[in-house]
Ligand binder design. Structure first.
Ligand SMILES: Cc1ncc(COP(=O)(O)O)c(C=O)c1O
Length: 390
């Protein structure tokens, strides 16, 4: 049999998918894989029924159906404060996942270096490998997940082509402050670097924190390739609708990459999702209130269970500290947790480039009853952990 490519051999099975399997086998409540277990807005479901009947059912314009782009440009202009043009600044993609791949391939040549903050969402390393780029990891130090400006400067001194900015961050729940972003912007300017943003959690930022769009910082629009999607904002992770926003010259190149990768995102779903993009501002307030409630409910259980954690500032994940339980290996701890306590989490080591094994990640994008059931189980964690080793 011929050999498959060396590129694929460096990809391990996703730890999150593995934990999902362990959860299924042991009947654990799955707080590992980050998607909602509740429905999208009713108006959106109605629109999807309509487009299923009436179409369109054939390819849309490859870089996005005009109606969808117009609605997206209008909504994103409102939130970013940038005057976005539906015809010049957008590429509609299959989720932020494709958008990030497009951004990486548009910005980088094989052999170029890319700064990635660690811990990181696992796709970024894969995107770099697939596009032949080499990641330079800069640690976000727990428990605050702050970066050391000197460490970041040293990374820039290696002359990277791009920096990946996940804001708000998965897995840490960090929201970069405006000051932090300005310091990144100054380095990006000094070293003439692209910034590739992944802002899928842009509407899930807990008070008093605020989301700052990197592209909207002074002078940054020309070097930023902003990626995001409708997955998290409208609870439609399976619809696979995302986008790239960038300056026209970058968009022209990104469109070519996108065209050859996927041709386009699903035409009937783009048509239906115009309804989502036209929802009033109150929708985003309600979404945030919903997630704030879920966060507080779940953190309340972690407090009662006596687990320490970094308080999430955005997104819907929390990293809890398991050092006191004395396990050497967070993967074994998570397998034990799923089997014996009945809650599945992700071992933190799967997100870090550095050898960090004292953190695990839960997600709380679940119905209240699911979070309460998981929380009740976690209250027994301490008792069950007694006498265990690791
Ligand atoms: C940071 C981050 N980016 C991208 C994605 C995937 O987004 P999409 O569904 O738009 O591809 C996720 C999903 O968990 C995520 O956490």
């Amino acid at each position: 049999m011929p050999q498959t490519s060396y590129r694929t051999s460096s990809f391990a099975e996703s730890v999150i998918r593995r934990m999902t399997r362990v959860a299924q086998q042991s009947g654990a409540i799955n707080l590992s894989q980050g998607f909602p277990d509740f429905d999208p807005p009713e108006a959106l479901l109605k629109a999807a029924v309509r487009t299923a009947r009436e179409g369109p059912h054939q390819y849309a314009v490859t870089w996005g159906a005009p109606d969808f782009r117009r609605a997206l440009a209008k909504k994103q202009s409102r939130y970013t404060g940038l005057p976005l043009d539906a015809d010049a600044h957008l590429v509609v993609t299959c989720g932020s996942t494709e958008a990030m791949m497009v951004a990486m391939m548009t910005a980088c040549n094989p052999g170029d270096k890319v700064i990635v903050f660690s811990p990181f969402y696992e796709n970024y390393a894969a995107d770099a490998i697939l596009s032949g780029a080499l990641p330079i990891y800069v640690p976000l130090h727990p428990p605050e997940f702050s970066f050391d400006p000197a460490e970041l400067r040293r990374a820039f001194e290696q002359r990277p082509k791009a920096l990946v900015l996940c804001n708000p961050s998965n897995p840490s729940g960090k929201v970069f402050s405006r000051e932090e972003l300005l310091s990144i912007a100054a380095l990006a300017e000094e070293f003439d670097t692209f910034v590739l943003t992944d802002e899928v959690y842009e509407h899930i930022v807990y008070a008093p924190h605020r989301h700052t769009y990197f592209a909207a910082l002074p002078g940054m629009f020309e070097r930023t390739i902003s990626c995001s999607s409708l997955s998290k904002t409208y609870s439609i992770t399976g619809w696979r609708l995302g986008y790239v926003i960038a300056a026209p010259a970058i968009v022209n190149e990104a469109r070519k990459v996108h065209d050859f990768l996927t041709v386009g995102a699903a035409a009937p779903l783009q048509a239906a999702a115009v309804t989502a993009l036209e929802l009033p501002d109150s929708y985003y307030g309600e979404l945030l209130a919903l997630y704030t409630e879920k966060r507080d409910l779940f953190l309340g259980y972690l407090d009662r269970a006596g687990l320490s954690y970094s308080r999430p500032q955005g997104a819907y994940y929390v990293m809890a500290d398991i050092s006191e339980f004395g396990w050497k290996d967070d993967v074994e701890f998570c397998e034990w947790l799923a089997r014996e306590v009945g809650v599945a989490a992700v071992p933190g080591s799967s997100f870090f480039h550095e050898p960090v094994s004292h953190l695990i990640r839960f997600h709380f994008a679940k119905r209240s009853e699911t979070l309460i059931a998981a929380g009740e189980r976690l209250l027994k964690l301490r008792e069950k952990a007694r006498g265990q080793h690791g």
